[in-house]
Design a protein around this ligand. Structure first.
Ligand code: TYD
Length: 122
């Protein structure tokens, strides 16, 4: 939505966000050259939006790696299923906002790549 004053975007669960939103977090002030993520989730669904600046996601489904630059507050990247993710090339002004379908739960993380491959095979 926009008018002469500028832009406004509303995110609504089960409407333009395809899950119940239980948590929102944001990553900012990421230092130059930092790469983060390095995990997959067993069940979590996430919608990532770069509300300021830019960064790049590497999504790996075990077969294929995709590199997706997020550089607009009007674009969301939906991540669901067993996908290994890494984020890099954060601009100094990057604010990466993530909407998540569950509360934080370390047990939902797979942080070892070999375990990710095993989970895909099982
Ligand atoms: P982590 O998921 O490892 O960050 P990234 O994958 O983006 O590199 O999280 C970093 C730290 O923050 C870790 O100690 C867990 C904590 N954390 C929370 O407490 N709540 C949250 O919602 C998230 C995403 C992380």
């Amino acid at each position: 939505m926009g008018d002469e004053r500028g832009s406004l975007i509303a995110l609504e669960e089960n409407h333009n966000v395809p899950f119940d939103v239980k948590r929102v977090y944001y990553i900012f002030g990421t230092k130059i050259g930092v790469r983060r993520g390095y995990h997959a989730h067993k069940h979590l669904k996430q919608l990532a939006i770069c509300v300021s600046g830019s960064c790049t996601f590497m999504l790996d489904d075990g077969t294929q790696k995709q590199h997706i630059e997020l550089n607009s507050p009007t674009h969301g990247l939906l991540i669901e299923g067993l996908v290994w993710r890494e984020m890099y090339d954060f601009s100094p002004d990057c604010v990466l906002m993530v909407l998540a379908s569950e509360l934080y739960d370390e047990n939902d993380y797979i942080r070892v790549y070999d375990e990710f491959l095993k989970a895909l095979a099982s």
